[in-house]
Design a protein around this ligand. Structure first.
Ligand code: SAH
Length: 339
């Protein structure tokens, strides 16, 4: 059955017109779904019983079941959701002084093959639909009776490898009549699908783009991230320059520091050279341990030295807080599950 949450407002109005209904009804449904966050058509009390029946016959609500909820000692909560087809994905709720941030998944599995990440390595199943992407937010908001203020597309999957559904989900999340989270509070992270970065720059969405860079030479980056064999560092940074120029937005570069791998001063020096002149911010991530992974976290001393070198040479760098690592909820630790 069609998922009512797969449509942004313009498309939903079109659906209603095709059903012989007035388009403003679609707006009412949109508000029930994303403002009131009801879990059933029966709760949409300003619609006639007849229309509610018609909707039930044509569309599903696809509310996720919570299979498991784990809470970290730092308050981070990891959800395992049943996506209703025998598969399960994870989302992570983090609490900051400025509000709640939710890390969401975009695919069931991942094709990118990054050597340090647990989301890859097991079989890729399929893309999530837009409705399944936004449902992660709704399910967590319903469960905690809270409002999420930041959404990061940093869970399982490569968002730009599921481009259309991700962009459509962002439109629903960002729509003032929808979930209404400002674009500046939405971040997409990519391993570097260059053509899609050019495409995203044209969408007129003001969300933050994060680039998983992680290395400063093509040799090292290709070893860590096979995608670099398709689009090398120079091509990636050219796409970033274009993105900044078109959107006027600062890019965020993620750099996961692994001991004796990419964390020495030579790397920091090369990084400064690479990013020179780019309006950006560097997010240093102490690499998280994954099962069967070869990489070991850099020492705190090295991490701070790396940060200080960047900051002293004109590149704003911060160290990402490690949240949820005791429940495998930190960066790179999420993975799809079979039921
Ligand atoms: N596929 C997208 C979205 C994942 S975002 C991407 O690659 O950007 C998750 C972030 O965590 C990415 O920057 C990813 O490279 C990083 N990451 C993956 N494994 C990690 C690990 N073991 N430790 C720290 N960061 C990791």
């Amino acid at each position: 059955m069609k998922n009512i949450k797969d449509y942004d407002l313009i498309e939903l109005k079109q659906e209603f017109i095709e059903m012989g209904e007035k388009p403003f009804r679609a707006e009412q449904v949109f508000k029930w779904l994303y403002e009131a966050k009801v879990a059933s058509f029966d709760d949409m009390t300003n619609l006639s019983l007849e229309l509610r029946e018609k909707l039930k016959q044509n569309y599903g609500m696809h509310n996720f079941n919570i299979l498991r909820k784990q809470e970290s000692s730092d308050g981070t909560i990891k959800y395992l959701f049943d996506v209703l087809d025998g598969n399960a994905i994870e989302s992570v709720l983090m609490s900051y002084h400025h509000g709640y941030s939710l890390c969401i998944s975009t695919q069931i599995g991942c094709k990118m093959g990054c050597k340090f990440c647990a989301s890859t390595g097991i079989k890729f199943i399929r893309d999530l639909t837009s409705g399944e992407i936004v449902e992660q937010i709704l399910a967590v908001e319903r469960d905690n009776n809270i409002r999420i203020s930041n959404v990061v597309f940093m869970g399982i999957g490569e968002p730009l490898d599921n481009y259309d559904n991700v962009v459509n989900a962002i439109r629903i999340i960002n729509n003032q009549k929808g979930i209404n989270i400002g674009a500046r509070h939405i971040s997409i992270s990519t391993s570097g699908l260059v053509p899609k970065i050019y495409q995203l720059a044209e969408e007129n969405i003001q969300c933050t783009l994060s680039i998983s860079l992680h290395a400063t030479t093509d040799e090292k980056r290709s070893e860590m991230m096979p995608v670099n064999n398709r689009y090398n560092i120079a091509e990636l940074l050219q796409a970033c320059r274009d993105y900044i120029e078109k959107t006027n937005r600062r890019i965020s570069f993620e750099y996961a520091l692994a001991k004796d791998n990419n964390d020495n001063l030579e790397d920091a020096k090369r990084l400064v050279k690479l990013l020179k002149g780019l309006i950006c911010h560097v997010n240093l991530i102490p690499i998280n341990k994954i099962e069967n992974g070869d990489y070991v976290k850099s020492s705190n001393e090295n991490i701070m030295k790396f940060r200080d070198y960047l900051n002293d040479h004109g590149i704003v760098a911060t160290i990402r807080r490690e949240l949820g690592s005791d429940i495998d909820a930190a960066c790179g630790q999420l993975r799809r599950k079979n039921l």
